[in-house]
Every structure is written in structure tokens, then in C-alpha cells.
Design a binder for this molecule. Structure first.
Ligand SMILES: *Cc1c(COP(=O)(O)O)cnc(C)c1O
Length: 403
């Protein structure tokens, strides 16, 4: 059984950097602890020459116009790059924009992009619609593919391998260093949607070239912000990414940046608590007679558990539950609606618990390695763990008998 301390370790270690990063330096005049949100479009200069010089600093996290970002956006970019372990970060208006922007930046007509089959649904829809329309070839690989299988999916024109670990809804933990090796051997870059692993999985130490974050989730943490980030670790990638951001008009509003920076200050303690609570609930659920399987990377039977142990310093607060096959989808939905402490709604990573069904809407090219029963997805918030378990207990007890 996984020790609850193991899922919280990495979050606790982040406390110091989260408290100090992105803070104004003290000055003789005195300075407020928190950076202000500067709202604006026009930036004024004393001369045309000064304005033109600013215009040439597009890669330097500074701005001569509001669409290039505001001071708090640039500061938050440095904080996210620090937590991810990269060199440069571009903030964008949503987590989904953080998935689509680097695809637009690094792919062109005639290129091939290979996605992991468990990828976030809207990313898959973007690939199937817009990328295909612009002449990009799209295909998928099974998320638990070994080296030889993955290599067999690579094509001479493969430019990007796009992974998500653990996967949306099915929680497979992938062998990211191996994916990076195979991608690089074939001259491709590895993109990772690292939203679940933010702060507890170091993408660039494991060979990733482009790391994607929905800041909407843990960093904002209060379900009051939509924002995204793309981080890279070398100059050529940064220039391609920054050019694409400017050309497509991607920015993140100053209030969203301010709220996200505020959320980050407490992300370590929030997530340490939420991760411990999520693990206790996952372990309790696993022993319930109505439950076939719990898909949580810290549980030994989760696909890729050994990779989670090897590569992660903690766990998130989102996991999947598969009920025994005898239950109907309808029975599972009734059970969901009988929960009192779990809100029904999209997203995760906030302070409050949420629940959603997780089958039916997911497109896959290969069978998911998770069994046949109806599934649900739980986001564990800051409520008392015992209250959440009592709530799940009464809801499971209300399930009609399996056929
Ligand atoms: C939520 C999510 C996104 C998209 O983030 P938004 O800010 O909601 O657009 C992308 N990837 C993953 C894995 C997510 O969970």
C-alpha cells in the first residue's frame, strides 16, 4: 500500500519556491509584497526610437503593447518556467490554447503528428478537424506502447509526438524518457500535456521538448480562472513558440495572471492535502464491493504505476473509478446525482470536490486498458476526507443491484 506521505512529498518541497518566486524586490521607497495587475493596451515611450527598440525585444518577456503581454504575465511566465524546469514560457488564454498553440507553431502541411490515444478530448478534436484541414497527418499510439511498438508508429515525416501522462480519464502513466528517445531518434519533438504532473513531474529532465499546462487546474486552484502555459527549454523552440503566439494573438489577461500567481502561493499545501485525501479515498474505494477498479497512479494496479514511482515526486487529486460490469450507465449516473459533497461539473484542480461520468464520450483508436464497467472521475478537494468517504459510501449503497 502506498504511504500517503509519498504522494505529498513533492508538493511540500515546492513551498519555498512558490512563496518567493515572482515577488518584487524590496526598495528604499518600500514595495508591496504582491505584484500588481497592470491593465492596458497602449504603452507610452518618450521617443520613436525607444518604442522601436522595445519592438525588437519580442523574445525577452517584455512588452511594447498589451497584446505582447503585461508585466505580471511576464513575471508569471518566469515562475512557471522555474517550476517546470524550462527556460522560457508563453502564457495563453486557456489550457486548450496551450495544447493548440505549439501544434500550430511546430507543424505544417505534409507533417505527421503522433498522439497518445489517451489524450485530452478537445486536443484530439482540434487535431481531427483543424490540423487535418491544414494538411497535417494525424495518428495515435497505444499509451502503454513499448519502444518497438512506438517506433513502428513513427513515419519519415513525423515532427511531433504528443503525449499526456497520466492520461485524461484512464490515467495511464507513460514512459516519457523512452517516448523522448524514440521521438528524437526520428528527428521529432516530444510534447507533453503535463497538467496532472505540474510541480511533481519534471518534464525537461525526462527528455520533453515542449511542456503544456492548464493553469486553470492546480495553479489557479479556486475554479475562478481559465489560463494556460507552454514551456520550452532551448532557444530555437522558444523563438518558434513566441512567433506563433504573437502571430495568433495569444495573451493571458492581467487579472487571470494575478489570480494564478495568488493561487500558486498556496498550491503546495493545497495539493499536499488534496493528494493525501485522494489517495486515502482511492484506497477505500478499491475495497468496496461495487467497485471493479480504481485508476490512480499511486495504486499498484494502475497502468504504469512503476513509472509513476520512478518519475514522480507526488500525486494529483484526480483519479478514475470503474464500477463492476453489471451496473448500467443509468445506475452510475443516479449514483453520481445522489452525492452531496461532489459538484457535477467540468474541470479539476480546484479546492472543491467534483464528479463526472468518464465513459461514453471518449474517442479511442485502441481499447483502453481499464475493463468494461461504467466509469466515473473524481476530483478531490479540501473537504474533510471522512465526510467525502461517508458521502461516497451512501451513494454506492444506493446503487441498484447489479444485473
Ligand atoms: C483541463 C485540461 C486542459 C484544458 O484546460 P482549459 O483551461 O480548461 O482549457 C488541457 N489538458 C488537460 C489534461 C486538462 O485536464
Amino acid at each position: 500500500m502506498t504511504d500517503p506521505r509519498k504522494v505529498a512529498e513533492g508538493w511540500q518541497r515546492l513551498g519555498t519556491v512558490l512563496s518567493s518566486a515572482g515577488r518584487p524586490a524590496p526598495s528604499e521607497d518600500g514595495v508591496f509584497v504582491n505584484m500588481p495587475a497592470t491593465r492596458g493596451s497602449t504603452v507610452l515611450f518618450p521617443t520613436l526610437d525607444a518604442m522601436n527598440r522595445k519592438g525588437h525585444q519580442r523574445y525577452d518577456h517584455t512588452s511594447g503593447y498589451g497584446a505582447m503581454g503585461s508585466p505580471i504575465q511576464h513575471e508569471l511566465e518566469k515562475v512557471i518556467a522555474t517550476v517546470e524546469g524550462g527556460t522560457d514560457c508563453q502564457l495563453v488564454g486557456s489550457g486548450l490554447a496551450a495544447c493548440t498553440l505549439p501544434l500550430l507553431a511546430f507543424l505544417g502541411a505534409g507533417d505527421h503528428c503522433l498522439f497518445s490515444d489517451n489524450v485530452y478530448g478537445p486536443t484530439r478534436r482540434f487535431a481531427e478537424t483543424m490540423l487535418k484541414r491544414f494538411g497535417v497527418e494525424i495518428s495515435y499510439f497505444p499509451p502503454m506502447a513499448d519502444r518497438a511498438t512506438l517506433a513502428s508508429f513513427m513515419r519519415p515525416n513525423t515532427k511531433v509526438v504528443f503525449a499526456e501522462s497520466p492520461g485524461s480519464h484512464t490515467f495511464e502513466v507513460q514512459d516519457v524518457p523512452m517516448l523522448a528517445d524514440v521521438a528524437h531518434e526520428h528527428g521529432a519533438r516530444l510534447f507533453l500535456d503535463n497538467t496532472w504532473g505540474f510541480g511533481i513531474f519534471a518534464p525537461f529532465r525526462h527528455g520533453v521538448d515542449v511542456s503544456i499546462q492548464a493553469l486553470t487546474k492546480y495553479p489557479a486552484g479556486h475554479s475562478d480562472v481559465i489560463a494556460g502555459a507552454v514551456t520550452v527549454a532551448e532557444a530555437q523552440s522558444w523563438h518558434l513558440l513566441r512567433d506563433a503566439a504573437i502571430q495568433t494573438g495569444q495573451v493571458c489577461g492581467p487579472d487571470e495572471c494575478w489570480l494564478t500567481l495568488r493561487g500558486l502561493r498556496t498550491m503546495g499545501v493545497r495539493l499536499a492535502q488534496q493528494a493525501r485525501s485522494a489517495l486515502l479515498i482511492a484506497q477505500w474505494l478499491k475495497d468496496q464491493p461495487q467497485v471493479m477498479r480504481v485508476l490512480h497512479p499511486a495504486l499498484p494496479d494502475c497502468p504504469g504505476h512503476a513509472l509513476w514511482q520512478r518519475d514522480f515526486s507526488g500525486a494529483g487529486c484526480l483519479f478514475g473509478v470503474v464500477l463492476k460490469p453489471g451496473y448500467t450507465q443509468q445506475a452510475m449516473e443516479t449514483m453520481i446525482e445522489s452525492l452531496h459533497h461532489f459538484g457535477i461539473g467540468a474541470s479539476w484542480g480546484g479546492y472543491e470536490s467534483l464528479v463526472l461520468p468518464s465513459t461514453g464520450s471518449i474517442a479511442r483508436s485502441f481499447p483502453a486498458p481499464v475493463g468494461q464497467g461504467p466509469g466515473l472521475r473524481l476530483q478531490i478537494g479540501l473537504e474533510n476526507t471522512d465526510d467525502l468517504i461517508a458521502d461516497l459510501k451512501q451513494a454506492l449503497a444506493n446503487l441498484p443491484d447489479a444485473a
